[in-house]
Design a protein around this ligand. Structure first.
Ligand code: GLV
Ligand code: GLV
Length: 327
């Protein structure tokens, strides 16, 4: 019987799907992730691995585990896996795209509104005993109707977030992306611009790109200074795309108006981070895809990736399909 190791507990839909395909499933049961050594101990005995975005699947790990017939991330992003090394070793790498685009866009939308309307800071003020009167000038937020949205990375998630903002608030859409998306331009009146123009023109900037050498740290001191003082920064992609110290400085100095983050740099965020007490920041602990249905669907795709990978078939979410065309 072929064996699958899953590095954290995920919805049962994965386990049921794998078992009904005749596979033996072993799940890391602890809430604390396995160390690199513990992970390797289990993968040594496995034919396939379902790993988390917090697992470091580097070249060294891959060299020691080149017997694995398939590895799939329980995530759409895969910056935690050395794809080049996996491809060289001929190991198919899977991810879980599409099924989480809506949940992630919804979460970005939630953060945008929460920052625009000072939801967290105003809520905190009640517990601090500061709600004495109705305040005609208290907690004045921002309207979003007709404002300009700047998207960094117009992939599936960026497109879904654009659709929400365009349909809800008639927002004008600018985007920074490697590729032009004429169908999106047509649908939402979107316009591809360079990074400097996006920074200068947008009222809300939302990050939906993958983390790679081209996007690492692009939101730095200089970028935040180029943004409007009234701008809202949203990041539901990867924390390393912004420089956290520069973001804290920009928020503290009022260089931008607010930020909503579902990802941090580093992750997990320290409980001492100033971002948790700044009145104009809202942070959630990397939960954008965390809905019951979405996580069950991600579990299903990850399981299917394993089943297909073991049969040497194309994965549903296939990061390095070149390994398939090679065989
Ligand atoms: C979450 O961040 C993912 O990449 O799925
Ligand atoms: C980006 O993360 C995408 O899914 O397109």
């Amino acid at each position: 019987m072929e064996k699958v190791f899953i590095s954290r507990r995920i919805p049962n839909r994965a386990i049921e799907t794998l078992k009904s395909a005749g596979l033996e499933v072993k799940v890391w049961g602890s809430a604390i992730p396995p160390t690199q050594e513990e992970l390797a101990e289990h993968t040594a005995l496995a034919d396939a691995l379902i790993c988390m975005l917090s697992d470091n699947i580097n070249k060294d790990f891959l060299l020691k585990n080149k017997h694995l017939k398939v590895i799939t991330n329980y995530a759409v992003g895969f910056n935690n896996i050395d794809i080049g090394a996996a491809t060289e070793l001929g190991i198919p790498i899977g991810n879980t795209p599409d099924v989480l685009s809506e949940a992630t866009a919804d979460h970005a939308f939630t953060l945008m509104l929460a920052v625009a309307r000072k939801i967290l800071d105003s809520n905190r003020s009640i517990g601090e005993g500061k709600w004495k009167n109705w305040e005609p000038m208290g907690f004045l937020g921002q309207d979003l109707r007709g404002r300009t949205l700047g998207i960094v990375g117009m992939g599936r998630i960026g497109q879904e977030f654009s659709r929400l903002c365009h349909q809800a608030f008639g927002m004008k859409i600018l985007y920074f992306s490697n590729t032009a998306k004429p169908e999106i331009d047509k649908k939402f009146g979107a316009k591809k611009v360079d990074f400097d123009e996006l920074l200068a023109q947008s009222d809300v900037i939302s990050v939906h790109t993958s983390l790679n050498e081209g996007t690492k740290g692009i939101f730095d001191k200089k970028a935040f200074r180029q943004m409007k003082k009234s701008a809202i920064f949203i990041n539901t992609a990867r924390g390393e795309i912004h420089q956290e110290a520069d973001l804290i400085e920009a928020l503290s100095a009022g260089e931008i108006w607010g930020a909503g983050l579902d990802v941090s740099n580093p992750e997990p965020m320290s409980s001492e981070s100033p971002l948790l007490t700044l009145p104009n920041a809202i942070v959630t602990p990397h939960i954008a895809s965390a809905t019951i249905d979405t996580r069950a669907n991600m579990a299903f795709i990850a399981a299917q990736n394993v089943i297909k990978g073991l049969k040497n078939e194309k994965l549903l979410g296939f990061v390095n399909p070149i390994v398939h065309t090679k065989v």
